[in-house]
Design a protein around this ligand. Structure first.
Ligand code: GLA
Length: 391
């Protein structure tokens, strides 16, 4: 029995009727691309968010989380129009989104459990998708994958207020165990590239910095706006027609145009664009490396992606940058970067299973030498790739 099921039993004195699950995701190459219609790679992992739940005929939604203190409650027909500023906002927003498209009559009581610390693995998309799957099940709804992704992204963009793209939700739905998701966010075309028989075995190691921060910060949105501004300016410099600013993205501007006019951009905008164009090339090269089973080349591209996120996208807390540096100097690590936006959470690495112990020891010792106060909070997890959420 999972902890969320035990807690459900303790609160309601009966077993939960069902268990919803959605995995977390990693994005080894393709960071900060999706909001500007780039390409991404990703995998779901064998850890994620569970919700133990039972339907409520009266339409009330009543939730608590093992990771947060406050319980939350609302009615499927009366969701606050604005976010309340707590963990349940994703789920209020999800209720609104689903309710706009389908009639909702039943609610649910549920207990949410995350299997890893929060930050970098897209627990927000995972909690939203597992909640969607529970709320759809109790109301007899079966939206298709693209619609679910669209609704979950709308929750983040419109209700929570983060200008994120569709990387997280797509990885958490489309991924297949042992395969690499290769997605073009421009038209949602994707491929799951099988692992070549000659590819060596690998672990997905997650190093949690011990610092949990929220993504809903303004810095994430500002970087997206900076990249968009670069696209807008490049269009103007080159005489391309341009429309609404909010709909402009770097994918509309060729790399040649960027190279020709980049020196006229403000330095910060140039760096954001530099990250985007080079990341686009890294994703394409990474997909080809995976296809031929070249984990060394793939890993190197992931390290390069991490470096560009630090230098060009200019993200990464001191803790995450330190972890990244340690990873680049540790034997047995093919490659890695901060997982996710880089404002909080963790770094991911693709590693040689034969080095599991030595990597854990070396990274832990080196990190805690720099951040002794994070002893007890820093943690290492060995994961494997997994199937996306089953709908
Ligand atoms: C967060 C967002 C994603 C993506 C990544 C950075 O996880 O939710 O849409 O932008 O950051 O690659």
């Amino acid at each position: 029995m999972r902890n969320c099921e035990k807690r459900f039993h303790k609160i309601y004195h009966r077993d939960a009727a069902a268990l919803a699950f959605c995995p977390y995701r990693i994005c080894p190459i393709g960071a900060h691309s999706d909001h500007n219609m780039g390409k991404v790679t990703g995998q779901a992992i064998d850890k994620g968010i569970h919700i133990a739940y039972s339907p409520k005929e009266n339409g009330v939604i009543e939730l608590c989380s093992l990771q947060f203190d406050k319980r939350a409650q609302w009615h499927v027909a009366q969701v606050p129009e604005r976010r309340q500023g707590d963990w349940a906002d994703y789920l209020r927003g999800a209720t609104l989104e689903l309710g706009r498209r389908y009639p909702l009559t039943r609610g649910l009581s549920g207990v949410i459990e995350g299997s890893l610390p929060i930050g970098g693995l897209s627990s927000s998309a995972a909690v939203t998708l597992s909640f969607f799957s529970a709320l759809c099940a109790v109301n007899g709804l079966k939206p298709a994958a693209p619609e679910l992704i669209k609704m979950a992204v709308a929750v983040e963009n419109n209700y929570v207020g983060v200008s994120s793209g569709k990387l997280d939700q797509s990885c958490e739905i489309y991924s297949r165990k042992n395969q690499l998701l290769y997605l073009d966010t421009l038209d949602d075309s994707y491929e799951v590239i099988p692992t070549h028989p000659s590819m060596p075995a690998y672990d997905i190691m997650i190093f949690f910095s011990g610092v949990e921060r929220t993504l809903a910060g303004s810095a994430f949105n500002m970087r997206v706006d900076e990249a968009r501004s670069a696209a807008y300016a490049l269009k103007a410099f080159s005489g391309m027609p341009y429309g609404k600013f909010a709909e402009t993205n770097l994918r509309e501007v060729s790399r040649e145009v960027y190279e020709q006019y980049k020196n006229r951009l403000p330095e910060t905008w140039r760096r954001r664009a530099e990250h985007w164009y080079t990341e686009y090339a890294r994703v394409e090269a990474g997909a080809e490396a995976w296809r031929r089973g070249d984990l060394v080349a793939f890993g190197r591209l992931s390290f390069e992606s991490g470096r560009s996120s630090i230098e060009n996208w200019e993200t990464g807390s001191p803790e995450l940058k330190t972890l990244y540096d340690i990873m680049t100097h540790t034997d047995g690590i093919y490659g890695g970067r901060f997982s996710g936006a880089g404002f909080k959470g963790c770094c991911m690495a693709l590693t040689d299973p034969a080095f599991r112990e030595s990597i854990t020891e070396k990274v832990t010792a080196a990190y805690l030498r720099e951040f002794p106060d994070l002893k007890g909070k820093f943690s290492v997890h060995v994961c494997q790739s997994a199937d996306g959420v089953s709908l």
